[in-house]
Design a binder for this molecule. Structure first.
Ligand code: FES
Ligand SMILES: [Fe+2]
Length: 373
């Protein structure tokens, strides 16, 4: 792990245009979202074979599919005939076939073209030959699932995923990925630029004020330490697990089995640049994938995991409501931040060197990529 070195913010944040300008957003699409490993959602949105989840991110319409063997594929959500969008909402496919609403070509879960009615016009079931069918399957993206997060590499040339993820994979070994079980997920539509959502996640300063129910208070926030795992993976660690004043005072929840006692006390929060946010605690994993839809709109998959299922349905619902309640508070806040970015005076704000190291590191990572080409 690279030790956290202090970033000089000089009080200068990114200019307001970085959050509202559609030309800058176009460049982000090209430089970040088409070139790097990006997350698009999580596996728990397609729990069963045959489940499909459509999503859009940075101008791409994608389709996440759970195959019969439980593996996950990501395809362009585009029919190979005339290019119609195949699926417009999450659903279970009928008979494991994805059927185009335009002329009814259908595709198997593994992407193969299965049927193209009246292909030669003379008989209903006349099919294109095997070679033609093989060439007209759904177009698949290079994808990897890590801790249930679905990552894709759009242009197929990003670095090896294992090398990219290794620093955080190693760091989170004690919160074993084998133990995580899906608790719930929810889709959000945020009226704010995706970068504000990432910066907010990395901002430990707002926790006592915006989310007092988290329990750590200012005493906890003051003990936060920035962590840099690699050039593209960074965040902070702070007290907040078991202990007086935490939400676990009154709850008996299952914790990660291999977590050493000293780590029971801490929350770790990371951004996997550009758009993946992950938080782990002794009894919890939270994931947010940010899907920009334009300069001022972001879709999020917000997902929670636990190392052991809650003891009752009531407790489960309470945990979900607690977690989503925190994200609802952030949603309100992000809308407020975006509004000010469209004013000429948006640059007249001041990032604090004492508190805003992680958001500043995010901005500098963004600048490094955006100034390359
Ligand atoms: S566009 Fe899909 S079948 Fe024609
Ligand atoms: Fe927050």
């Amino acid at each position: 792990m690279t030790p956290s070195t202090s970033i000089t913010t000089d009080g200068l944040p990114l200019p307001g245009t970085a959050f509202i300008d559609e030309d800058i957003y176009s460049k982000e699409r090209r430089v970040l979202f088409n070139k790097k490993w990006i997350s698009i959602t999580v596996g728990q949105v397609v729990p069963e074979p045959g489940d499909v989840f459509p999503c859009t991110i940075a101008g791409l319409a994608l389709l996440v599919v759970r195959d019969r063997d439980h593996s996950i594929h990501v395809y362009y959500n585009m029919c190979r005939h005339r290019g119609a969008l195949l699926v417009d909402q999450a659903c279970k496919t009928k008979s494991g076939l994805i059927t185009c609403p335009y002329h009814a070509w259908s595709f198997k879960l593994n992407g193969d073209l299965f049927r193209a009615p009246y292909f030669f016009k003379d008989e209903e079931n006349t099919q294109p030959d095997e070679v033609t069918r093989a060439g007209l399957g759904l177009i698949k993206l290079r994808s990897v699932v890590w801790r249930d997060i679905v990552f894709v590499d759009v242009n197929g040339k990003a670095d090896d995923f294992e090398n990219f993820i290794q620093p955080i994979d190693e760091r989170l070994q004690d919160w074993s990925a084998a133990e995580i079980q899906s608790l719930a997920s929810r889709e959000y539509r945020i009226n704010a630029n995706w970068k504000l959502a990432a910066e907010n996640f990395l901002d430990g300063y707002h926790l006592p004020k915006v989310h007092p129910q988290l329990g750590g208070g200012m005493a906890g926030a003051l003990l936060a330490e920035d962590l840099v795992l690699s050039e593209e993976i960074f965040g902070f660690v702070m007290p907040g697990g078991y202990g007086p004043g935490t939400r676990r005072d009154e709850e008996e929840t299952a914790v990660f089995k291999s977590l050493p006692a000293e780590k029971l006390l801490y929350i770790e929060v990371y951004c996997i640049f550009p758009n993946t946010l992950i938080l782990v605690e002794c009894d919890f994993q939270q994931v947010i994938t940010l899907r920009p839809q334009g300069a001022g709109i972001t879709h999020e998959t917000f997902a929670d995991y636990v190392p052991g299922q809650p003891s009752s349905e009531e407790e489960k619902m309470e945990m979900i409501a607690f977690s989503q309640g925190v994200n609802d508070q952030d949603e309100t806040l992000l809308n407020r931040l975006q509004l000010s970015r469209s004013m000429d005076i948006a640059d007249k704000t001041h990032m604090s060197s004492a508190w805003d190291q992680s958001p500043a590191r995010f901005q500098q990572t963004w600048l490094r990529h955006m100034s390359k080409s």
